[in-house]
Design a protein. Structure first.
Lengths: 183, 254
């Protein structure tokens, strides 16, 4: 191809007849105006797209995000404080409840002690009354037993005297037995 | 180069045309490329514009406080360039952020789109990168004089050096200042052109090697990964150098 004559009219000075490059296409001055023109158009378009739309938009979004982050951090800080406060309140409530419970337990204990004391006093009094009654009862029984002994003794003494052929003086017998039995 | 390859192609089976991918063609018909002709340059620059709109406008249309994926990428690009301008050029450089963002977005999309198979890499052409670099150079130089007046010349007068050395240093500084747009533009175009040409060369090998072609294919895969990195890094380098030059214009004193 290099040996063939180059058809300059058809291909220009930078491309050979078969469409291959002659030398470095970068150095083909025929193409410079075209490249420079389209480059300038492209740069202007990109510049306007960026400055009119993209860059202000991104700057706004970034500023907004910064603001959101700052706000969120502040809110988180606040919530943390609140949580700490709540924890303190909870601890306090717990301690209060505990002391309240202690108080109630002590009160209940005192109440129960009082009831117990009252009940045992009542029981004691009842027992004492019963004891007294029983003693009275026993005394009565003893007295009646004594009377019976005297009566029996008088009867037996009279019988004995009669059996021995004597005549029992009832009055003398009674007094003698009374003094003996009492003695 | 291409002609030699073509000559080889006639003899052997090896037909490698690594530079053909850089040819500017009219989109419609076969006529001459006039300055207004819609060409593949137009097409791929338009694709870059469409991608810019997709990412930076459509992607961010939700304006979400919790971003979608596309919005998050747009914000990332914004934050990346914004921070670069702020860090390198200083607080007073921030008002030139939209210009620098325009450059970055255009270069990064042009570079990345160029990596698509069959695509045309607009930024591999010195005509394009030279215009970008000259725009930066002229803007920064004019800005330097407008902001600092004659004080801008103190950029070339290294006051921290011994007095005897200063005139010599001034000459060196002036030369390096005027070389800036050259290195600025050739760095970008050269990197991209070299990478794309190497991929094409390996692709040519793969076509000629039959079964053993897996070796160049693996090589292409590796180089492609490298080229993705280069595409981003070159956009980054171009942008950060712009920020450095801007800093010199705003604060010319060493």
């Amino acid at each position: 191809m290099a040996t063939e004559p180059i058809d300059i009219e058809a291909a220009g000075t930078c491309v050979d007849a078969s469409g291959g490059a002659i030398g470095m296409p970068q150095l083909c001055f025929d193409w410079f105006p075209n490249q420079i023109f389209w480059l300038l158009v492209t740069l202007v378009v990109i510049y306007f797209v960026l400055t009119r739309v993209a860059l202000p938009r991104i700057a706004t979004v970034l500023a907004e995000r910064q603001g959101t982050i700052t706000n969120d951090i502040a809110a988180a800080e606040e919530l943390k404080l609140k949580a700490e406060e709540a924890e303190k309140a909870y601890e306090k409530a717990l301690a209060d409840a505990r002391s309240e419970a202690q108080k109630i337990i002590a009160e209940a204990k005192a109440d129960m002690q009082g009831d117990l004391d009252a009940a045992s006093a009542k029981a004691d009094a009842e027992i004492a009354a019963r004891v007294a009654e029983s003693e009275k009862e026993i005394g009565k029984i003893r007295d009646s037993a004594m009377d019976s002994v005297q009566t029996v003794a008088k009867d037996i003494a009279g019988e004995i005297v009669e059996a021995m052929g004597g005549k029992a003086d009832k009055a003398a017998l009674d007094s003698a037995i009374d003094t003996r039995v009492k003695g | 180069m291409a002609t030699e390859d073509a000559a080889h192609g006639e003899g052997g089976g090896l037909a490698i045309h690594p530079m053909d991918q850089f040819i500017v063609k009219p989109l419609f018909g076969d006529g001459p490329v006039m300055w207004y002709t819609p060409t593949n340059v137009t097409l791929w620059m338009a694709v870059a514009v469409v991608c810019t709109i997709l990412l930076m406008v459509i992607g961010t249309r939700g304006r979400n406080v919790v971003p979608s994926r596309a919005q998050s990428m747009g914000e990332l690009a914004y934050g990346f360039v914004y921070k670069m301008v702020e860090d390198v050029s200083g607080r007073d450089g921030v008002k030139y952020f939209p210009y620098i963002m325009t450059l970055f977005i255009f270069i990064v999309f042009a570079n990345m789109l160029g990596l698509l198979p069959m695509a045309f890499t607009t930024t591999s052409h010195i005509a394009v990168t030279a215009v970008l670099a000259m725009l930066v150079f002229l803007t920064v130089t004019i800005l330097g004089f407008v902001k600092n007046g004659a004080g801008f010349l103190s950029l070339f007068w290294v006051s921290s050096a011994p007095l005897a050395l200063r005139p010599i240093l001034a000459i060196i500084e002036i030369i390096s200042y005027f070389v800036r747009p050259v290195s600025h533009s050739i760095r970008l175009a050269g990197n991209l052109m070299a990478g794309h040409a190497v991929i094409k060369v390996f692709a040519g090998f793969a076509g000629a090697m039959g079964l053993a072609s897996f070796v160049p294919i693996l090589a292409i895969t590796a180089i492609y990964a490298l080229e993705v990195l280069v595409a981003f890094i070159q956009a980054y380098v171009f942008t950060i150098l712009t920020c450095v030059y801007l800093k010199d214009a705003l604060h010319p004193h060493h």
